[in-house]
Design a protein around this ligand. Structure first.
Ligand SMILES: Cc1cc2nc3c(=O)[nH]c(=O)nc-3n(C[C@H](O)[C@H](O)[C@H](O)COP(=O)(O)OP(=O)(O)OC[C@H]3O[C@@H](n4cnc5c(N)ncnc54)[C@H](O)[C@@H]3O)c2cc1C
Ligand SMILES: NC(=O)c1ccc[n+]([C@@H]2O[C@H](COP(=O)([O-])OP(=O)(O)OC[C@H]3O[C@@H](n4cnc5c(N)ncnc54)[C@H](O)[C@@H]3O)[C@@H](O)[C@H]2O)c1
Length: 455
């Protein structure tokens, strides 16, 4: 038997999503011999199929919808939506027609070596691609990310349903669409397509949209969707899916829901099967890879990104990559801390959260005090509905979480990120100035609403 060719290096990065790409470039710039291995496109889901194209679609859809506000303030305006312009921008400006040549060049220009192919762990610090083994003296950074998951619904597997990867590449829109799953992906796409004139139905098995968020946030989003003519079926159980030349038929509880196209946005599955985890002592069939505060997952192994189960967000993946890089370079932290992880669903209104929800805080046994408020003077001026909900630890007198539902909610929530991260006492926050009439001034009212008692 001929020996498998072996290529030595300091670090192999297996999977080049946002975190893997970041780690490979940082480590190579620090002088290490790095090999990055990617099966599809360098950069992963975010630039080609996720955040970037979806947010381009959202930017366009929100502008289109804003035209309809003219009548509410006085005046008339007319808009002719053109999906072709959005599709061209995604193809040309966001994805280079789904070509990663620029990203590969950036990797190599920074000193890393690149291998295209599917890598499999074959032992601590060892990854095989095709017939070649890449042996990493320091170890492997695992960043294999997720694929769209298909729920086990009868008939679904044999149909030409879409996932996010199809949705971002559409050049023409259907007349009608069912979105299966009312999480962040389903809701963002549902609103974009509805704003471009598609008749949209969202089918969600949970009793509310984006069920990980505060119930008050879900209620506001459901109202906004209803106002825009999006049909939302919550607590809805899909027993079968059929497809023929007239389109899709979903059996939802006791009725049929019919549409031209079906978008499945019912969650993700981690790319952890058949990648050789058993060869590094982790076993097969894992849903997430457990890591310590340095992102170490085992002997000569670090893991970053969605596969760690700490929040499937680009900023988490890149944060974790920076932590792993520090550990690999022998630096002394800071290590991973998830108390103030933010996340934003870019619907209108935007739902932005930081840290713990009320339920999560209570589940942790925290003595919870809640403060709520509306969007204050600016909300009233702009005729925007929204809300602020703050979650405080009464014992420590600090915020442990918060949710802002508002236009630009993600920006307003940066205040809460600082407050939760730096554990600034609520009493100190209340001594601040809050500009009038901003949205963030509404935070002051919600802070005043928190009853910290006498402790
Ligand atoms: C529609 C949509 C919208 C989103 N919007 C946002 C947003 O607004 N903000 C936000 O923060 N997050 C958003 N996300 C989530 C975000 O895209 C992910 O959290 C982000 O991509 C980080 O993923 P990751 O680093 O784990 O790896 P991924 O991006 O999943 O990349 C992993 C890479 O590993 C490669 N790979 C897998 N297995 C192998 C193997 N065996 N060998 C070689 N290569 C392999 C894959 O081909 C892939 O390129 C969105 C996601 C979607 C789908
Ligand atoms: N703006 C952002 O930051 C952003 C945007 C999109 C996605 N993401 C990330 O990507 C992750 C994945 O997003 P997602 O929306 O696909 O997943 P998700 O798991 O967050 O939501 C999926 C939804 O589908 C529902 N569902 C599952 N099976 C179903 C069925 N058979 N019938 C009806 N409903 C069903 C679930 O109850 C859930 O509400 C998110 O959790 C988030 O971390 C982030």
């Amino acid at each position: 038997m001929p020996e498998t060719p072996e290529v030595d290096c300091d670090v192999v990065v297996l999977g080049l999503g946002p975190g893997g790409e970041h780690a490979a470039i940082k480590l190579a710039r620090a002088g290490l011999d790095v090999i990055g291995i990617e099966d599809r496109l360098v950069g992963g889901e975010c630039p080609y199929y996720g955040c970037v194209p979806s947010k381009m679609m959202i930017a366009a859809a929100h502008v289109i919808a804003d035209v309809h506000k003219v009548a509410r303030f006085g005046g008339t305006a007319h808009v002719d939506p053109d999906w072709g312009a959005v599709a061209r921008r995604i193809r040309d400006e966001a994805t280079d027609d789904w070509d990663d040549a620029v990203a590969v060049k950036r990797l190599e220009d920074n000193g890393a070596r690149f291998v295209r192919g599917r890598g499999v762990l074959v032992g601590p610090g060892q990854v095989r691609v095709g017939g070649t083994t890449y042996a990493a003296r320091k170890g492997v950074v695992l960043n294999t990310g997720t694929d769209p998951a298909a729920p086990p619904v009868e008939g679904l597997a044999g149909t030409p349903y879409w996932t996010n990867r199809d949705a971002v590449a559409l050049t023409e829109l259907p007349r009608s669409l069912v979105v299966l799953g009312g999480g962040p992906i389903g809701c963002e796409f549902a609103q974009v397509f509805a704003r471009y004139g598609v008749e949209v139905t969202v089918v969600e098995v949970a009793d509310r949209l984006i069920a990980v968020e505060e119930p008050e946030a879900s209620a506001l989003l459901e109202k906004a969707f209803a106002d825009e003519g999006i049909t939302v079926l919550t607590g809805a159980s899909v027993s079968s899916v059929r497809h023929d030349e007239s389109g899709f038929t979903l059996r939802v509880d006791q009725r049929d829901v019919v549409a031209d196209k079906l978008l499945v946005a019912a969650g993700r599955q981690a790319n952890l099967d058949h990648i050789g985890l058993d060869t590094v002592g982790l076993g097969e069939g894992l849903k997430v890879v457990e890591t310590d505060e340095r992102m170490r997952a085992g002997d000569k192994l670090w893991a970053v990104g969605d596969i760690t189960g700490k929040g499937a967000y680009t900023h988490v993946s890149m944060y974790q990559a920076a932590v792993a890089v520090r550990d690999i370079l022998g630096e002394d932290g800071p290590w991973a801390d998830y108390r103030a992880v933010p996340h934003v669903t870019f619907t209108a209104p935007e739902i932005a959260s930081v840290g713990l929800s009320e339920k999560a805080a209570r589940d942790q046994g925290i003595d919870v005090a809640i403060g709520t408020g509306d969007l204050g003077a600016r909300g009233w001026l702009a005729k925007e509905e929204g809300m602020i909900k703050l979650v405080a630890d009464r014992e420590r007198g600090v915020l442990v979480g918060g949710c802002v539902v508002s236009e630009a909610g993600g920006e307003i929530a940066s205040f809460l990120e600082v407050a939760v991260h730096a554990e600034i006492p609520v009493a100190t926050l209340l001594t601040m100035h809050f500009a009038y009439p901003t949205y963030h001034r509404a935070l002051e009212h919600a802070l005043k609403d928190i009853d910290l008692g006498s402790s």
